[in-house]
Design a protein around this ligand. Structure first.
Ligand code: ADP
Length: 165
């Protein structure tokens, strides 16, 4: 069985992520979307909340599973029997860091290959950071995040703004 992992912070999941998930799910028997915790970043949503939003957004893909890991990707992949990491590439600016990560991951786990999917041109500009900016200014989020989670993003932005004063 071919198993691939699509790692990221997904804070929150965007239509750009979902496009990569949909296309990668066609290439493998099973795709594990894994929320990786990056301790340097405090997020809009907690990791368990991100997992829940992702699960809701990928319900229609039967071979997609959503998980969470605070460990090393190379070790997590071994544990889950996955030998491919899927990454989305938006622009040249993504390239340098992603190739560096791919080389390190293969050093740590020689069986692990990284495969890059070019972002659909519709989503090259889209990132979770852009979504947060748009939500802050009250823009319509329908073009940016899965419809299943729009209300959650809007609600969380209002809560954060109230907290900040
Ligand atoms: P973000 O940069 O949006 O915070 P993540 O850290 O969650 O994203 O990214 C997880 C993966 O998804 C990375 O491989 C990233 O390059 C990819 N990705 C993010 N947004 C898009 C997009 N709009 N199109 C294609 N790939 C994307």
């Amino acid at each position: 069985m071919s198993v691939a992992i699509y790692p990221g912070s997904f804070d929150p999941v965007t239509l750009g992520h979902l496009n990569i998930i949909k296309r990668a799910a066609r290439c493998f028997d099973k795709l594990i979307v894994c929320v990786m915790v990056n301790s340097n970043k405090t997020g809009m949503f907690t990791p368990p909340e991100r997992v829940e939003l992702l699960r809701r957004s990928v319900k229609r893909f039967p071979n997609v599973e959503v998980d969470f890991s605070s460990g090393l990707l190379a070790a997590y992949a071994k544990e889950r029997g996955a030998n491919v990491v899927v990454k989305g590439l938006r622009a040249v600016s993504d390239y340098e860091q992603e190739v560096q990560m791919a080389v390190i991951n293969r050093k740590l786990n020689p069986e692990l290959e990284t495969m890059f999917l070019a972002s659909s041109e519709k989503y090259t500009y889209l990132s979770s950071t852009i979504v947060k900016e748009m939500a802050r200014y009250g823009a319509c989020l329908g073009e940016f995040v899965p419809r299943e989670i729009i209300a959650d993003v809007e609600r969380r932005m209002r809560e954060l703004e109230r907290k900040d004063g």
